[in-house]
Design a protein around this ligand. Structure first.
Ligand code: TXA
Ligand code: MG
Length: 321
């Protein structure tokens, strides 16, 4: 399939009233528009329009078994698309708008293209906490399917420049809202049955369990699992080979530091996990820009946001084709 606007340039829109209404008009026409959320930039299309959603897959070069997250402006809008159930209500009240995606049984009249769910009877929904994302959603007035705005298998974008570096000419526009504050994708929890962690992310697991008052069921964070597709093993990949838990660089390696391990560049010199999350993808993009062919990464503690950071780093280090 030819990506939309294959021979055109992508519009670089300001996050003002004119930019938001242009973004909404393009979405209404069935075009793909990238916009910032508090986690990463998303590549949005009208979730009710199969042609528009196909444009996302085409622009990203994404495997079609990977279902998409639908973004809406409010909890009420989300409740019209999926059955949140009692647990989902608790989590939505606690964390929306925010970096949490809830997967629930899709309502019969949700009107979402089956290309969004890749044929599943569940749907992933999120209410983002970013003024530009909210502005786009409210100006458009409908559900927007949006995966991260990067070519499939590449590093997620946390600036408009990252988006254009990967997708310029393949998407209609990007709304530039500066750098993303959280910098890691949303945490995904399924509330279709017993609450289950599908992907670690911007909301720490501990905070979700505290709100629920009980532990989440074990994850199905696995490309082979039929109910949680899409977590390809090799993902978030910089071009160079990646070695984890390194206390120093071997000859020829570029070291990505954390805390006391300084490195050639650092996730957080003070060992702050929130700062490390916000900087993670930008550091991986910088390593690409530096043409680092062998990358060593300092250990990151495996609690709070550190779990999501380590999940992304493991994918960056996974064997690839
Ligand atoms: O922070 C985020 O979540 C960003 C921003 C743009 O919102 N979006 C994002 O989307 O990371 P994406 O497409 O890169 O990741 C979506 C993940 C995939 O791993 C997919 O398999 C999973 O959500 N997913 C979507 N629908 C699902 C469903 N019905 N059941 C299980 N997993 C689902
Ligand atoms: Mg992604």
């Amino acid at each position: 399939m030819q990506p939309r606007n294959a021979n055109a340039t992508s519009e670089h829109l300001r996050p003002d009233a004119a930019g938001l209404s242009r973004a909404a008009a393009l979405l209404t026409q069935g075009a793909c528009v990238a916009f910032p959320t508090e986690t990463v930039y998303g590549l949005g299309a009208d979730a009710r329009n199969a042609d528009a959603v196909a444009g996302i897959y085409a622009a990203k070069g994404r495997p079609s078994f990977n279902p998409l997250i639908v973004h809406v402006a409010s909890l009420a809008d989300a409740a019209g698309l999926i059955d949140l159930g009692a647990d989902g209500q608790v989590l939505a009240q606690a964390f929306w708008p925010g970096a949490l995606t809830l997967v629930g049984r899709m309502r019969a009249d949700a009107g979402i293209s089956s290309l969004v769910t890749a044929g599943l009877d569940t749907l992933a929904v999120r209410v983002p906490d970013h003024p530009v994302a909210q502005g786009v959603l409210r100006a458009f007035g409908g559900p927007v399917a949006a995966p991260s705005a990067n070519p499939s298998g590449r590093i997620s974008p946390t600036t408009a420049a990252h988006v254009l570096a990967g997708l310029a000419g393949r998407i209609a526009a990007v709304v530039d809202g500066g750098a993303c504050g959280v910098g890691l994708e949303s945490t995904i929890v399924s509330v279709a049955e017993t609450p289950r962690l599908l992907r670690a992310g911007g909301v720490p697991t501990e905070a979700i369990e505290a709100a629920l008052g009980r532990a989440l069921a074990a994850g199905e964070d696995d490309a082979a699992a039929p109910t949680a597709p899409g977590q390809l093993a090799s993902h978030y990949a910089p071009r160079g080979r990646v070695r984890l838990n390194a206390v120093q660089a071997l000859p020829g390696e570029t070291l990505l530091g954390f805390g006391a391990i300084a490195g050639d560049l650092t996730l957080s010199a003070s060992g702050d996990l929130q700062e490390a999350a916000a900087r993670l993808f930008d550091c991986l993009h910088r390593l690409d820009a530096m043409e680092a062919s062998a990358i060593a990464v300092a250990p990151v503690p495996d609690h709070g946001l550190g779990r999501a950071i380590n999940d992304r780093l493991k994918r960056a280090a996974a064997p690839r084709d």
